[in-house]
Design a protein around this ligand. Structure first.
Ligand SMILES: Cc1cc2nc3c(=O)[nH]c(=O)nc-3n(C[C@H](O)[C@H](O)[C@H](O)COP(=O)(O)OP(=O)(O)OC[C@H]3O[C@@H](n4cnc5c(N)ncnc54)[C@H](O)[C@@H]3O)c2cc1C
Length: 406
């Protein structure tokens, strides 16, 4: 084997790429990892508010969106959250569960990057970083990469370049371009786990609520792609954010409404009618017992269909039908976003390389022997809560175990 030739070239030293490279290297394969950024694994570093929500102990295939929903089953079953926790503990990293099965580092996400780096070192992985790939082709035996650090030849190629979220950290559509170059199909990519925005004129009044947060039920999407979450909502100057909105954004399609239940788990109609007789409180102060005062006031004066002047109406004077309608609107506030905050603010990309062209046990392209694709570049998108890293580890592991010495 010549000095510039490897069994495997992995492009992208993020979560999935380092996992695949380390596993293949530790099996004795000659692996080179090519990364164009100057700083390693920036997305891991900023993830989970700097503590990396590295997995979710409740992970199942149902926590992922894909046009081919069964594709992720095999890899997720072969490498579980428990397997990654064992690796985390082997490296002495302390962790805790925060919320609904989400596991975070006690200290810093840096420790996960260190873990992956050490695992790569154990596999004697060669690094080319920072290094950009100008051209890529396959001759009769090898993938040939023309890079800023010279030519690299490898019998197998792993695309681990992630998705397009946060381009300011080096995210690109490189994996999609290369996949297309080799004849693979791509499911239309879109920003996901992303804030939703509204018409600036219409949103002016609610923009004043920027910073207000509350727990809501949220529903969105259509048909089989319909979903419902109970999470926190955050008002922003341009629209809505917070976990509830990030979750539903992955299911939302342009032009569709989302529905918010602003008082989840309560029967507001009954509560208002029971509270009415002889009650001299104004409507807005009754709602202020339920919500932040700013929200109660803005909502009563700005939601379509609520008559002007009801804010200061006394409960005892409010007609039952008005209270019923108010309760209905609070439990089912339907609003249509005009768009998303885009890849700059998205946590992930939805869509990606169509998995129907890949083997689900190995991540190898069926029509292009030797070409593997892992992680977020694939059309497998996890919910918010540690699922996307679990997919990166599991798909990287499946690929790392399948690569061969050539
Ligand atoms: C703000 C934020 C917070 C997040 N928090 C969480 C969390 O807590 N839990 C969770 O599960 N998920 C989280 N995610 C999602 C998670 O980071 C990704 O799903 C995961 O990193 C995907 O792994 P990957 O290896 O496929 O891609 P990445 O980790 O993105 O790695 C891809 C690598 O490829 C490199 N690359 C790209 N193009 C090229 C090229 N042309 N040449 C060479 N290299 C290239 C990139 O620089 C990068 O290093 C978060 C995402 C963001 C943006």
């Amino acid at each position: 084997m010549s000095a510039g030739r490897f069994d495997v070239a992995v492009i992208g030293a993020g979560a999935a790429g380092m996992m695949a490279a380390a596993v293949a290297g530790q099996r004795g394969l000659r692996v080179v990892l090519v990364e164009h950024a100057a700083k390693l694994a920036e997305k891991i570093r900023i993830s989970g508010g700097g503590r990396c929500n590295f997995t979710n102990i409740g992970t199942t295939p149902a926590n992922f969106l894909s046009q081919n929903p069964n594709f992720c089953r095999s890899a997720l079953a072969a490498y579980t959250p428990r397997d990654f926790i064992d690796l985390v503990e082997k490296h002495g990293i302390r962790w805790h569960e925060k919320h609904r099965g989400q596991l975070f580092c006690d200290d810093s996400s840096e420790s996960i990057i260190e873990l992956l780096k050490r695992e790569c070192d154990m596999g004697r992985v060669a690094w080319r970083m920072p290094c950009s790939v100008a051209e890529l082709e396959h001759d009769k035996t090898d993938f040939v990469l023309r890079t800023s650090l010279g030519e690299i030849r490898a019998a197998q190629l792993v695309l681990a370049c992630g998705g397009m979220a946060i381009p300011q950290l080096g995210a690109t559509d490189f994996a999609l371009k290369v996949a297309r170059q080799f004849g693979l199909k791509v499911v239309e990519p879109r920003p996901a786990l992303v804030p939703l925005t509204f018409d600036p004129e219409h949103w002016k009044a609610f923009g004043a609520l920027s910073g207000v947060a509350l727990e809501v039920g949220v529903t969105g999407g259509q048909g089989k792609g319909r979903a419902e979450f109970l999470e926190d909502l955050l008002f922003t100057h341009r629209g809505l954010s917070g976990p509830a909105i990030l979750q539903i954004s992955s299911f939302w399609n342009p032009g569709e409404p989302i529905t918010l239940d602003l008082a989840p788990g309560r029967d507001l109609e009954r509560e208002l009618l029971v509270a009415k007789p002889g009650n001299r409180q104004q409507l807005n102060s009754v709602l202020s017992d339920l919500w932040p005062r700013r929200l109660a006031e803005q909502w009563l004066s700005n939601v379509d269909g609520v008559e002007h002047g009801v804010t200061s109406l006394r409960m005892a004077d409010a007609p039952d039908r008005l209270l019923r309608r108010l309760a209905g609107q609070i439990h089912r506030w339907s609003l249509t976003p005009t768009g998303t905050a885009g890849y700059k603010k998205a946590e992930v990309m939805r869509g990606g390389v169509d998995t129907r062209g890949l083997d689900q046990k190995t991540m190898q392209a069926k029509a292009v022997p030797g070409l593997y694709i892992v992680g977020e570049a694939l059309d497998v998108t996890g919910w918010l809560g540690g699922y996307n890293f679990q997919w990166a580890w599991a798909s990287g592991m499946a690929c790392g175990r399948a690569l061969q010495a050539k």
